[in-house]
Ligand binder design. Structure first.
Ligand code: 13P
Length: 282
């Protein structure tokens, strides 16, 4: 099986993006991996600090390793990791990649924290990919009344600053702020700044990751991929689909979880399928 780094080169060559989907439990895992298998595509499973506390970090690693042993290209990402302590725990547990999220801190502090984790990660596992983030895009994969506080055009990533950040930290992947926000905004998510994506891509030379995928239009996604995005994160859309599906499932008199949760899995699969097809030009 190819490594995630190799799949990123493959995505660059084909001008597609690898889907990254967050999960909280085994139903989410099933929905994402079965759909990726049906479409014969690589996929990344994301678990944020809260999500991995719920599913269990060791359990998530074991589930992904089992599927990798069957030669299915599924990779595990320790999504949005805020502390050195939690980053080290995830790296030691055997994740394939990790994101250090210090975007809310000053550039100086962000650089220091990110570099410390890059050094630790590479000393433990040279194959692990470490992602850094500059430019704040909000924190909540939820249904939002308005744009998260602190997100504005001014907080979008500056290409030259991004290049310096990469040089100073040694990260493998960059998550920029380019008009994307976490969550679905009731009044509509902002449009992506495609010119900014192009400008960052032209200068940095490492794969770009688009967070906050929920609520972005198909047309905007296509343009972002063309401009250089190689991984796209989706969470809120899956959470909404799961909840709606379970609500339907609970209307029957079934008490077996694998029966009433099945509707939730089906709803999530629809989201994953549509997004993977779009991201991979299918
Ligand atoms: P959304 O909840 O907006 O899809 O963002 C997900 C994300 O970026 C997780 O890292």
């Amino acid at each position: 099986m190819k490594s995630l780094r190799e799949y990123l080169s493959w995505a660059e060559e084909k001008c597609v993006a690898i889907g990254h989907f967050n999960i909280s439990d085994s139903e989410g895992f099933k929905a994402v991996t079965e759909t990726a298998h049906e479409l014969n595509l690589p996929v990344i499973i994301g678990v944020s600090e809260g999500e991995r506390e719920f599913i269990g970090l060791a359990e998530a690693v074991a589930m992904v390793k089992t599927i990798q042993n069957n030669n299915q290209p599924v990779f595990l990402n320790a999504d949005h990791t805020y502390s050195i302590e939690k980053a080290k725990i995830a790296i030691d547990a055997g994740v394939d990649c990790i994101i250090i999220d210090a975007a809310e801190k000053s550039l100086e502090e962000n650089t220091k924290l990110t570099k410390e984790i890059v050094d630790y990660a590479k000393s433990k596992n040279p194959k692990i990919l470490v992602e850094g983030e500059i430019g704040f895009i909000g924190k909540s994969s939820n249904l939002l009344e308005s744009l998260p506080e602190g997100v504005s055009v001014e907080t979008q990533t500056d290409p030259k600053e991004a290049l310096q950040f990469i040089k100073n930290t040694g990260i493998d992947l960059l998550a920029p702020s380019v008009g994307n926000v976490h969550g679905i905004v009731k009044t509509g998510n902002p449009k992506l700044n495609i010119e900014r994506i192009k400008a960052i891509k032209d200068i940095v030379g490492i794969p770009l990751v688009l967070h906050g995928g929920s609520g972005i239009t198909d047309d905007n996604f296509k343009k972002a991929i063309k401009a250089g995005i190689r991984i796209i994160h989706i969470n809120t859309e899956l959470r909404v689909a799961y909840k709606e599906g379970i609500r339907e499932g609970l209307k029957s008199r079934e008490v077996a979880p694998y029966k009433f949760l099945a509707e939730g899995v089906e709803e999530m699969k629809e989201v994953v399928k549509e997004r993977l097809k779009l991201f991979n030009n299918l």
